[in-house]
Design a binder for this molecule. Structure first.
Ligand code: NAD
Length: 258
C-alpha cells in the first residue's frame, strides 16, 4: 500500500482526505498541530524541521505522496508562516523521501481567494522567499481594517499557486517523475468557514463574493476525491496545474480567460 503524508490531517479537508485514503487501505502519516501522528507547528522553522525528521522516522525512510493541506485564515502574520512558508517547507523538506517511490506525487491546497484582491508587496516578498520581511508586511496589514487583513490570506494563496507554476517543471519535480499541482477550493464546509456559513445571511453574503453556481458550498470530501486522484499512480501527466474545485467561482470571476 502507498504511504501518504497529509498536513492539516486533524480537521476539514485534510481529515476528509485521510479518511478517504485509509478507507482504500492506504497508509497515512498525519501532520498537524494537534491530534496527529506527527504533531508539529508548521509556523516555525524548528517545527518544520522536526516534522520532516519525524515523518522520515515514521515512514521508515520512504513515502509515496505529499498532501500539503494545513492552513490558517486569520488576518495575522501566522497565516503567512503556515500557509506559505510552512507549505513550501513541507514540500521541499519531504521531497527527498519521495525518491524511493515508484509513483511519487505531491500537491498543495491553495484557494480561489487567490483570484481576489491581494497585496503586491506581500506577494513579492513571498516570491523572494523572504520570511522575516513577509511577516513584517503582514504585521502592517493586520493592523489595518478587516478588509485589508483578508489580503494576508489571499496573498499567501496567490503565492502558493505561483510557486507551483514556477517549480513544477523543474528537475527536482517533473524531472524526477513527480507531478506537482495545486488545488484551489471554493467555499468548503469545514471548521475554517463554520462561523461564516452558520446562518443563511452569512452564506448568502459569502456566496455574493465567491459565487458557486454549480451545487453551492461543498463538503470536504468533494475536495478530498480530487486530491486523492491527483496524488494517485493514475496521474502520470497532470503537472503544474492550479485546479479550481469551486462550483464555478473561477469561471464567473475570470470569464473566458484560460
Ligand atoms: P481547517 O481549519 O478545518 O483545517 C486546517 C488544519 O490545518 C487544522 O487541522 C489546523 O490545526 C492545521 N494547522 C493550522 N495551523 C497549523 C500549524 N501551525 N501547524 C500544523 N498544522 C496547522 O480548514 P480547512 O478548510 O480544512 O482548510 C484546509 C486547507 O484548505 C487550508 O489550506 C485552507 O486555506 C484551504 N481552503 C479552505 C477553504 C474552505 O472554504 N474551507 C477554501 C479554500 C481553501
Amino acid at each position: 500500500p502507498r504511504t501518504s503524508v497529509i498536513t492539516g490531517s486533524a480537521s476539514g479537508i485534510g481529515k476528509a482526505t485521510r479518511e478517504l485514503l485509509e478507507g482504500r487501505g492506504e497508509r497515512v502519516i498525519g501532520v498537524d498541530i494537534h491530534d496527529a501522528d506527527v504533531v508539529a507547528d508548521l509556523a516555525t522553522t524548528d517545527g518544520r524541521t522536526a516534522m520532516v525528521d519525524a515523518v522520515r522516522t515514521a515512514a521508515g525512510g520512504s513515502i509515496d505522496a505529499v498532501y500539503a493541506v494545513a492552513g490558517l485564515a486569520l488576518p495575522a502574520p501566522a497565516t503567512v508562516a503556515v500557509n506559505y512558508f510552512g507549505t513550501v517547507a513541507t514540500l521541499e523538506g519531504l521531497r527527498p523521501l519521495l525518491a524511493g517511490s515508484d509513483a511519487p506525487r505531491a500537491l498543495l491546497v491553495s484557494s480561489m481567494a487567490a483570484l481576489m484582491a491581494t497585496d503586491d508587496e506581500l506577494v513579492a516578498l513571498l516570491a523572494a522567499g523572504d520570511e522575516p520581511a513577509a511577516l513584517a508586511r503582514a504585521e502592517v496589514l493586520a493592523k489595518e481594517p478587516a478588509a485589508t487583513g483578508q489580503l494576508i490570506y489571499s496573498s499567501t494563496k496567490l503565492g502558493l499557486s505561483r510557486w507551483v507554476r514556477r517549480r513544477a517543471a523543474a528537475g527536482e519535480w517533473a524531472g524526477a517523475g513527480i507531478p506537482l499541482n495545486a488545488v484551489s477550493p471554493g467555499i468548503i464546509a469545514t471548521p475554517m468557514t463554520a462561523d461564516l456559513i452558520a446562518t443563511p445571511e452569512g452564506r448568502e453574503a459569502l456566496l455574493g463574493i465567491v459565487p458557486m453556481p454549480l451545487n453551492g458550498i461543498a463538503e470536504p470530501i468533494v475536495v478530498a476525491r480530487l486530491l486523492a486522484w491527483l496524488n494517485s499512480p493514475d496521474n502520470t501527466h497532470l503537472c503544474g496545474q492550479v485546479i479550481y474545485v469551486d462550483g464555478g467561482s473561477d469561471v464567473v470571476l475570470r470569464g473566458d480567460s484560460v
